[in-house]
Design a protein around this ligand. Structure first.
Ligand code: 5CA
Ligand code: ZN
Length: 414
């Protein structure tokens, strides 16, 4: 699948420190110096049944910061993202509105691309759909069958659904660290089916769904059907990044079951290797007191704000004003403040001379390497602009350095 076009990343005057991020599985900071010279990152992509909201944008901007922080530290980055272009929520929305599901997925994926471009999010090197990955999914399920970790549950239509036995992975539970009660509570809320008769363990998850009337289905050695959700990300990441890649990322709503299951499936298919080195999760953005979500409809859309003429860089500044791990609520007055801040930064950065830039470069890169502390990095830029506007113009051309810094490290074009 085609990604979106890449903004130019200007070269920084000096390299940043090695990056530390918070790993959900160890509940600790880890320094992720890439094993292979290239940092490999997989970030779970959208299910394209509705437009990009600010929660999605916030998560993708968070991982864009990680991408940029690795580059600032001098590492190459290989970035893979999926598109869940066949799954229940997409098919349900298409059925409800009478639209063809493929057309719906293509339209919303295209809108997502333009939103990401406007926000200056670096595109993944591989942007991969679930549908185009069905052969990869099927062969990973076959490996799980060889490992004895798959069983069939008959469907009403005479076919079989294939389930993954979570007990096959001795490390099951290590990503979330949750106890069984908590897993059972959340599983049903997030696409799982703990009550399904015929399952060996309520937590076992669907790998391959046998064909249903009116649902799309593909021929395979597993029978006609379509992939389950978690195996999609296990198979795509394994194919395009290999084993033990640096970061598996997404919003914190994916910790369980999605990232737990994806890791378990990949590790049972290949017990010699870990799935990812670290599991990194962005906080949830809320609106009107509840997690912003397509299913609830409490959304503010990137495309709606852009349509109203809001500068995407002001949207980005608003997202960066919150630490990526915190849960926060979208408030329109914060956007208004970001518009003002953007104006002040731009004014200072276009002055022929400004306050010394060196300490700001160091402060910004250090803050970002320290678990992607964008609010602290923004604070350093704001102080520089204040000093410059107050008359500290000791360094000719300082604004050019600050513009390079804001663009390369934070993705903000001044
Ligand atoms: N296609 C799957 C992942 S394989 C999926 O979760 N799609 S999604 O469209 O529902 O979400 C896309 C990304 O946005 C995920 O990383 C999810 O964790 C994140 N996300 C969804 N809602 C929010 C929110 N309110 N705040 C922050 N991030 C969110
Ligand atoms: Zn995923």
């Amino acid at each position: 699948m085609r990604a979106w076009s890449a903004p130019v990343v200007p070269t920084l005057p000096s390299a940043g420190p090695e990056v530390q991020v918070f790993d959900s599985s160890t509940q600790d900071l880890v320094e992720l110096v890439p094993d292979s010279g290239t940092a490999r990152m997989y970030v779970c992509g959208i299910t394209p049944y509705d437009a990009t909201h600010l929660g999605h944008a916030s998560t993708y901007v968070a991982f864009d910061l990680l991408n940029r922080a690795w580059r600032s530290a001098g590492h190459a980055v290989r970035y893979v993202q999926n598109v869940t272009d066949v799954d229940d929520p997409l098919l349900e929305r298409a059925a409800a509105t009478g639209e063809d599901w493929v057309t719906l997925a293509e339209r919303e994926t295209e809108l997502f691309r333009t939103d990401m471009e406007a926000l200056r999010v670096l595109p993944p090197d591989e942007y991969v759909g679930a549908v185009e990955s069905i052969p990869l999914v099927v062969s990973m399920i076959q490996r799980l069958q060889d490992a004895g970790a798959v069983y069939a549950v008959p469907t009403d239509g005479g076919g079989d659904d294939l389930y993954f036995s979570v007990t096959a992975d001795p490390d099951f539970g290590a990503v979330s660290g949750w106890d069984r009660d908590q897993m059972l509570r959340i599983f049903a809320e997030r696409g799982g089916d703990p009550e399904r008769p015929g399952k060996k363990d309520p937590l076992d998850c669907l790998l391959w769904q046998g064909e249903r009337p009116d649902d799309p289905a593909w021929d395979s050695v597993l029978g006609r059907g379509r992939p389950g959700w978690h195996i999609e990300c296990s198979a795509i990441s394994r194919e395009h990044l290999g084993a033990n890649f640096e970061v598996q990322g997404g919003g914190s709503d994916l910790v369980f079951p999605h990232h737990e299951m994806s890791a378990a499936e990949a590790q049972v298919a290949d017990p010699e290797h870990r799935f990812a080195r670290a599991y990194v999760h962005a906080g949830m953005v809320a609106l009107d007191g509840e997690k912003m979500s397509k299913s609830k409809g409490n959304l503010e859309l990137v495309s709606r704000l852009r349509g109203q003429g809001v500068d995407p860089m002001a949207i980005r500044l608003t997202l960066l004003g919150h630490h990526y791990r915190s849960d926060w609520e979208w408030k329109p007055n914060e956007l208004a403040r970001s518009v003002v801040l953007l104006g002040r930064l731009r004014e200072a950065a276009t002055a022929p001379a400004g306050a010394a830039s060196g300490p700001v470069v160091e402060a910004v890169l250090t803050a970002l390497a320290d678990d992607l502390d964008a609010p602290r990095a923004l604070g350093a830029l704001r102080e520089w602009a204040d000093r410059t506007s107050a008359g500290d113009q000791g360094e000719p051309g300082a604004g050019d350095v600050i513009r390079t810094l804001a663009d390369a490290a934070l993705g903000v074009a001044l």
